[in-house]
Every structure is written in structure tokens, then in C-alpha cells.
Write a protein that binds this ligand. Structure first.
Ligand code: AN7
Length: 358
């Protein structure tokens, strides 16, 4: 018996091969990505006025959704004989590329804005031994440079989502959502940065609808952080700013894809403030037990905002939580900290507990 095909978490390439570009077996670089949980959120459902599920992409091997696209992009780079890969990143692409490059045995260079990468993500890159190049510029400058590097150095593959293989791999999340519910949701809410992921989900939902695997497709609701919301404002942002460092992007490479997804699905691209993002992150952690990074909470923040204005989606709604909360410890430590120690006595410990007992 073929043990691989029986195993769960065999990776998105083996699971959805007929929907993906061709990859020879020998080139597959996988860490068992995909098959992430779809968690019913009863407390938040009441707040948003719909039946809300959370697609927790923080449960991927490097703790973000990027792994779905990275397994495809890296495997195709191996198949093409690439010596190394390069990417620009706000952090998660870098973490994912570092892990999959290590797995595939190719070199990895990540170009990042200096001092703007969340701690957990930088630590992942260092652990996997990839080369970090910090530039004195923002993500958009890093992406321009990475594109040019890949063009001018022949055997170096660009693994940003402008690489179509990334889009192809990430669309598998739409298949999983549809399979888990037994049908596509009525709406899908997610954060938008470079706009690769919303483009991917819409491609996945559209392909299954056209192939007759699903009867419809959800309204796509994309949310940018207000300080980095070029798709809402209608122009690029020179100096994007938001607490959600993952989506601190002023000139989204797949902006057209995001706008098309919203238009074709009857959805929208809107913005949420940093306060709304942090409040949603806290609600998710404290009321649902799901800890995601700030950017990942933008979808729920958006749903709460729409509900508050009486224009929230109804029916079955999925919000994609794109990355794990452990990625960005500083955001939590910025608003709370460990308490002072107490004496090691029964009275002191019981006294502390009494003050906090629900
Ligand atoms: C947690 O890592 O762009 O709209 O360089 O890390 O597809 O860009 C990360 C983006 C949402 C936005 N949530 O997705 C990068 C990077 C998290 C992210 C997004 C990112 P896109």
C-alpha cells in the first residue's frame, strides 16, 4: 500500500495535483502544509450576525498561509534547476521561503525593510539559515529589487506572489473551505496586503464553480489597514503605516486581482483602523481561544465594522486567519506584561487567584 497517499497532511501538491501546474515527484518539496482547521466561532458569530467560521492558516508548517504557495513555487524552482530563490517580504513570505528552501536544498535570500519584520518571523529565517538582506527602504522597494535580481541572475527564482505558482498553491485553501462546509460560504473575509491571497482564493472558488465542483462562490470581502489602504484610496501609499506589519504595503503587486475578485463576486475592498484590528485580535484570542497575528485579524475587524454599520454579510461566513499570533510577540507585550512576582506561599497564590476568579 502507498503509505504517502494514505497519510493525512500529505501536502497540497499531492492532494490537489490535478488543479495545479505540473510538478515531477522528484521535485516535490513539502512540509505537510494545508488541511488547516475550520473553526466555528460561536461568540463572534453573535457579534457579526452571521454563522462565522475561522480558517486558521496559522496551523501551517511555518505558521502562515504562505506555505501553500511556497511548496508549489519551490518545487517548480527545483524542477527548473534553480540554484537559489529570492523574495521581498514583510516577514511571512521570508519565513516560509527559508523553510521550504532548506527542505529543497536551494539557497535562499530574503530582502526585507530594516527593522520592520515581526520578531518571530525574523527568528524563523535565522533558524533556517537563509540570508537576510535588510534594506533601508520599505516592502515595495524590496519587491522591485527582488524582481530585478531574479531577472538579471538567471538561475534565481523569485518566490513572491507575482510568481504565478504561489497563486496556484494558495488557491487550495478555497478548495478546503468548500470541502469542509460541503459548499462554498456566502462570504469570505480576509486581510489584503500585496493582494496575492485574495486573488488566489477567488481563482480557487471560480475554478471549482466552473468545473461544477461547487454550486456558487462567496462574496469576497478584503480588508486593508487604513494606513496602508491603496486599493481603497485608489492610489499608492508612499509611506504605508500600520501596527499590522504583515500588510504594511503601499503598492500591491496583485491589486488588479483583488479589485477583480471584489467586483466579480459582488464583494468589496475596505479598510479598518489599527484600533479595530487590535480589538479583533484580542476578541479572537479571549473569546474564541484562537491567537492570530494582527494582520490576520483584519478580516474579523472588517466583519465587526460592517455589522456595526448594519451592512454585514449574512449566512455562512469564513474569515481567514492568515498567520499565528506567536509571530509577533511585541504587539502583545506592547499592551500587557507579566505581573510582579508574589511570595511562594499558599496565601499569596490563592489571594492572586481570588482577585481574578471569573
Ligand atoms: C499574516 O510576507 O506580503 O494580500 O511578504 O503575512 O497575499 O499579500 C505577507 C502578507 C495577510 C497579506 N496576512 O496577504 C509577506 C507578505 C499575513 C501576511 C497578508 C500577509 P497578501
Amino acid at each position: 500500500m502507498d503509505i504517502q497517499s494514505q497519510a493525512s497532511r500529505q501536502g497540497v501538491i499531492k492532494k490537489y495535483r490535478e488543479w495545479l501546474p505540473e510538478i515531477p515527484d522528484r521535485a516535490i518539496a513539502t512540509l505537510g502544509e494545508g488541511e488547516t482547521p475550520l473553526i466555528e466561532a460561536s461568540s463572534l458569530s453573535e457579534r457579526v450576525g452571521a454563522r462565522l467560521y475561522l480558517k486558521f492558516e496559522g496551523m501551517n508548517p511555518t505558521a502562515s498561509f504562505k506555505d501553500r504557495g511556497m511548496t508549489v513555487a519551490m518545487s517548480r524552482a527545483v524542477a527548473a534547476g534553480s540554484r537559489a530563490c529570492v523574495c521581498a517580504s514583510t516577514g511571512n513570505t521570508a519565513a516560509s521561503a527559508s523553510a521550504y528552501a532548506a527542505r529543497a536544498g536551494v539557497g535562499c535570500f530574503v530582502v526585507v525593510p530594516v527593522g520592520k519584520i515581526a520578531l518571530g518571523k525574523a527568528v524563523q529565517v535565522l533558524a533556517h539559515g537563509a540570508k537576510i538582506i535588510q534594506i533601508e527602504g520599505n516592502f515595495d522597494a524590496a519587491l522591485k529589487l527582488s524582481k530585478r535580481i531574479a531577472e538579471e541572475l538567471g538561475d534565481v527564482t523569485l518566490v513572491n506572489s507575482v510568481n504565478q505558482d504561489r497563486i496556484e498553491g494558495q488557491k487550495t485553501a478555497a478548495f478546503e473551505v468548500t470541502e469542509a462546509l460541503g459548499h462554498p460560504p456566502d462570504a469570505l473575509a480576509l486581510p489584503v496586503g500585496n493582494a496575492g491571497n485574495i486573488t488566489s482564493y477567488w481563482k480557487g472558488f471560480s475554478e471549482w464553480r466552473e468545473a461544477g465542483e461547487a454550486g456558487g462562490a462567496p462574496r469576497m470581502l478584503g480588508f486593508q489597514a487604513e494606513g496602508a489602504s491603496p486599493l481603497v484610496a485608489g492610489h499608492d501609499f508612499e509611506s504605508p503605516e500600520t501596527v499590522a506589519s504583515a500588510i504594511r504595503i503601499g503598492s500591491p503587486a496583485s491589486g488588479e486581482g483583488a479589485l477583480a475578485a471584489a467586483r466579480e463576486s459582488g464583494g468589496a475592498i475596505e479598510s479598518v483602523t489599527d484600533e479595530e484590528i487590535l480589538a479583533a485580535q484580542e476578541l479572537l484570542a479571549r473569546e474564541e481561544g484562537v491567537f492570530c497575528e494582527p494582520a490576520s485579524a483584519a478580516g474579523v475587524a472588517g466583519l465587526l465594522k460592517l455589522a456595526g454599520e448594519g451592512r454585514g454579510p449574512e449566512g455562512v461566513v469564513v474569515s481567514v486567519l492568515t498567520g499565528h499570533g506567536l509571530k509577533d510577540p511585541d504587539v502583545i507585550l506592547g499592551r500587557t506584561r507579566l505581573p510582579e512576582p508574589v511570595p511562594a506561599t499558599f496565601e499569596a497564590v490563592a489571594g492572586e487567584m481570588e482577585r481574578f476568579m471569573p
